[in-house]
Ligand binder design. Structure first.
Ligand code: BG6
Length: 490
């Protein structure tokens, strides 16, 4: 069985704005509890939650314990440990715009001997800039780290504006822009696969790779977030960040070192090498969709409370990277809500064998494929052709070499949540898995013209059935190139 070594971190003060919000309740508090039970939260550390409601710290601790009961698996919920954990939590009522409301936080932080101070903005984007301004004004920002949840802007212009507002107080080395996909176990394993093995690198280029598919499919719709989501859509919510980051990690050149700037320099080169998609070409190479109602599940138009909404809940597109390594190998990206299964994966499909020596056989030779599965069942599958066992003639079949991480990591293995890794990296001061400002801008630079082409076309998104594989146009997009999507199956 594998043992995991817990790297100690310095005692810290982690101040979370928006502690009563969904992300804090569902993710941040539970993942901090997991780190606590693994002994990674040093004794004097404090998690200081801020929100507008008036609670006492004790009331907040009780709520946090309830949130843990809901979010943590039964196996890992230990009432005694939960009690000890919540004693690290503190609550301060804070209305960002009220100058008087900052006094208590100032007082708490002034007396702290903890080495690390991080401010986590788990709030609506409109509050990013006012909070940062206050941190600057009160001199709290000094020697602290700032953690920002996406979206980082709405387009290139707003991203630049946000950058300059935050940049007036924080320098880039103190800013941690979260893209939680980068914290997923398999995404980090992609780095291990590519750069700690010799096997794949000689094949990792257009001479050997036919095409690459990146899929992030969800079964849930937008649920209660309809009105918020209606101003965003799948392109901004998933493609601009998560999918493009996966594309970068798959396509990038080996960095000279596994370090924040070396990694991010290489990812940036990929973003800059993306062939721009504008006007007609953007319309030809992208498909957007919107889900319809199903029995017991309202359609997007109902959930968004906007019956004329043209917001996309699905995007498929064909991207091309203009580089020696990838020219001629398309990247097909696809994401959507209310699809058949909850799946996120990267599929590398290699080129076919140049000639079959087997002649007329029952099973055609299928190109090898490497499936890198982010969720569910994190792992890798390498599909290779093998001989069907037995003496009854020579037949071929496709067989996966299966490397499911859970199966290889012992019975006690619990796939860590992406946020566990990311929060600890913030405390350690490691920015490798966080997006740099120039990456964010380069991503918007590529996305903006596509969204502009959609807007100018006036064509609404294509409808698709809930729990299907998405709109028919997405199938056509790839079939046109004589290829097909891998089925969306968990
Ligand atoms: C978030 C999006 O960033 O990622 C959500 O805002 C989406 O709309 C979520 O549901 C998907 O994350 P995961 O980890 O469940 O694939």
């Amino acid at each position: 069985m594998m043992t995991s070594k817990i790297i100690p971190v310095d005692p810290f003060d982690l101040v979370i704005f928006g502690i009563t919000g969904d992300l804090a309740r569902r993710k941040l508090i539970p993942v901090l509890y997991y780190r606590f039970i693994d002994g990674q939260i040093p004794k004097s550390s404090r998690i200081i939650g801020l929100a507008r409601s008036a609670f006492s710290t004790q009331q907040f601790r009780n709520q946090a314990r309830e949130a843990l009961k809901q979010a943590v698996s039964e196996k890992h919920f230990d009432p005694a440990l939960a009690k000890r954990f919540v004693s690290c939590l503190h609550y301060i009522k804070n209305d960002v715009n009220s100058d008087e409301d900052w006094g208590e936080l100032q007082k708490m932080l002034k007396d702290s001997d903890n080495k690390v101070l991080a401010f986590y903005l788990s709030v609506a984007p409109v509050l990013f800039s006012p909070i940062v301004k206050q941190l600057g004004r009160l001199n709290l920002a000094k020697n602290s780290r700032l953690v920002v949840e996406k979206p980082f802007g709405h387009d290139l212009a707003s991203a630049r504006k946000l950058k300059s507002q935050i940049g007036a107080v924080y320098n880039e080395h103190a800013i941690y822009r979260i893209d939680h996909y980068l914290g997923k176990e398999t995404v980090q394993n992609l780095m291990a696969l590519r750069f700690a093995n010799k096997l794949f690198e000689p094949l990792w280029n257009t001479n050997h790779v036919d095409h690459i598919q990146i899929t992030a499919a969800e079964t849930l719709g937008v649920e209660g977030r309809g009105e918020y989501y209606d101003n965003i859509g799948a392109m901004r919510d998933m493609v601009q960040n998560h999918l493009l980051q996966l594309l970068c990690l798959t396509a990038m050149e080996p960095p000279y070192k596994f370090d924040a700037d070396a990694m991010r320099d290489e990812k940036l080169k990929v973003l800059r090498a993306l062939q721009p998609l504008t006007g007609e070409e953007a319309l030809r190479k992208t498909v957007r969709g919107q889900y319809l109602a199903a029995p017991g599940a309202p359609g997007y138009l109902e959930e968004s409370h906007n019956k004329d909404s043209q917001t996309e809940t699905f995007v498929a597109l064909k991207a091309q990277i203009n580089s020696w390594r990838w020219a001629g190998t398309p990247f097909y990206l696809r994401t959507g809500k209310r699809l058949r299964s909850q799946v996120a994966e990267i599929v590398i499909t290699f080129r076919s064998t140049p000639h079959s020596i087997f002649g007329e056989i029952d099973t055609p030779i299928r190109p090898n494929a490497l499936v890198i599965r982010l969720q569910p069942d994190e792992g890798l599958n390498l599909f290779i052709m093998t001989k069907d066992p037995g003496p009854g003639g020579f037949r071929l079949r496709e067989t996966p070499l299966d490397m499911t991480f859970a199966g290889n990591s012992g019975d006690d293995w619990r796939p860590p949540d992406a946020y566990e890794r990311l929060i600890m990296d913030i405390i350690r001061g490691n920015q490798t898995l966080f997006m740099r400002d120039d990456e964010v801008e380069a991503a918007w630079e590529w996305i903006d013209p596509i969204m502009m082409a959609w807007k100018n076309s006036g064509v609404p998104p294509e409808s698709y059935d809930s729990y299907s594989s998405g709109p028919a146009g997405a199938v056509e997009l790839i079939v046109r190139d004589n290829r097909r999507w891998r089925d969306i199956v968990a």
